[in-house]
Design a protein around this ligand. Structure first.
Ligand SMILES: Cc1cc2nc3c(=O)[nH]c(=O)nc-3n(C[C@H](O)[C@H](O)[C@H](O)COP(=O)(O)O)c2cc1C
Length: 384
């Protein structure tokens, strides 16, 4: 991305592809698959670096990490080892050329001016390719580690609004400004340099509640919505239309993305059998139950059928659309998402490095033939 990029070009994450693709959760051990299989994702730095280079070369638009401070235990200590996301992004940005790399940041856990400067630093390292995923907090036991308390749901977003306003002001040409919020009070703020090239990092949020979605619509370039299995094409399309319409009413533009878990093999049978092997036969059920208990989903609080449904769903990459099949099937499922109006999807794999080459070799050309992405050579040429 050149120094002359516009905010709109940044929001397009450096490509004109109709369906943008990202990798989700690679900074965490096990990624997003709650499985005991030995080939599960390491989350190590060397593996993340290899993955980012491979994805960048293939024209994948972005990498989205998870802001996780404490894992979920179980037999594998699921997501117990995680790389901090902004420093992770800095490293990856230094070693890639085109992709956007997000940092996922808990607004209440870091002073807005330190955060704003970290983002600017990452953005300069990546010459305009840093993105920010603002999160408000989910897991009470993570907040305990910081001596912080998780505010009630509405106040979490009120705090995040002030925090983001302060960050954006620090990025703006304003100098020596005061900030007098309900939660945040700052005096005589000077923050230089500004983000790369006179624009600002792409901002996303994944709020699911009406308050969370309204926050995204007010502030963000992208809303990531978890469209789970079983939600119809029409419902998905309606959701995307409603979000876009609300943004337009507020004089803004917003893109809607979702998340998915890919198991792609030469035949549907092989894909389904590997999926079953990882996510059912070798699921880390103890970790799954820990995750659910933190959301107050237990056999005591739910009917047996409902509990089992949620349990199965949680093992599958902690939510997200399962894209399981041969390359034609996976490409067709992705095309349906684009047809429903989604701008893109952040996917995970059981082992990203082992599985991405096949996905790139087989699914990407199919998406190109469907007119959803440029071919590999073309997208390389289009890169600045
Ligand atoms: C794609 C995606 C990424 C998310 N990343 C994180 C994360 O890294 N850390 C976190 O605490 N919450 C994360 N969340 C949770 C959301 O920020 C949000 O809190 C959640 O979807 C519930 O919505 P609500 O806050 O509106 O109730 C993520 C959710 C999604 C769908």
């Amino acid at each position: 991305m050149s120094g002359r990029a516009t905010n709109g070009e940044r929001a397009a994450m450096g490509s004109a592809n109709r369906l943008k693709l990202g990798l989700f959760g690679a900074n965490c051990a096990s990624g997003r698959a709650v499985t005991r299989v030995p080939e599960r994702w390491s989350g190590s730095w060397p593996d993340c670096l290899k993955l980012a280079r491979m994805a960048d070369e293939a024209g994948i638009e972005f990498m989205l990490p998870i802001g996780r401070w404490k894992g979920y235990g179980g037999d594998t200590d699921y997501q117990g080892a995680t790389l901090e996301t902004v420093t992770w992004a800095c490293g990856l940005l230094a070693h890639t050329k085109r992709m956007t790399v997000f940092g996922t940041v808990h607004a209440p856990l870091i002073a807005p001016l330190i955060a704003a400067k970290q983002f600017v630093t990452a953005d300069h390292i990546g010459e305009g390719r840093f993105g920010l995923n603002v999160v408000c907090g989910w897991n009470e036991n993570e907040f305990d580690m910081f001596g912080a308390s998780l505010r009630d749901h509405e106040s979490r977003y009120e705090y995040a609004q002030e925090w983001l306003d302060a960050v954006k002001l620090a990025w703006s040409p304003a100098e020596d400004f005061d900030f007098d919020g309900r939660f945040i009070k700052l005096k005589g703020v000077r923050a230089k340099p500004k983000p790369f090239g006179g624009t600002r990092p792409v901002i996303m949020n994944a709020g699911a509640s009406p308050t969370g979605q309204a926050f995204a619509i007010r502030n963000c370039d992208a809303l990531f919505s978890n469209i789970s299995d079983g939600i119809s094409f029409d419902e998905t399309a309606r959701h995307v239309m409603n979000v876009r319409a609300s943004a337009r009413r507020a004089g803004r533009d917003i893109d809607v993305y979702t998340v998915g878990v890919v198991t792609c093999r030469p035949t549907a049978r092989e894909a389904q059998s590997y999926y079953r092997h990882c996510i059912v036969d070798h699921a880390d059920w103890r970790a799954v139950d820990n995750i659910l208990a933190m959301r107050n989903v237990t056999p005591e609080t739910r009917a047996p059928d409902e509990f089992q449904r949620l349990r199965n769903h949680q093992a599958n990459g902690m939510g997200g659309l399962p894209l399981v099949g041969d390359p034609d099937m996976v490409a067709a499922q992705l095309a349906r998402l684009a047809d429903a109006g989604l701008t893109g999807i952040a996917v995970s794999f059981v082992n990203y490095l082992d599985e991405l080459p096949y996905f790139c070799a087989e699914v990407l050309p199919r998406l190109a033939r469907l007119g959803l992405r440029q071919g590999r050579a073309a997208s390389k040429q289009a890169a600045p």
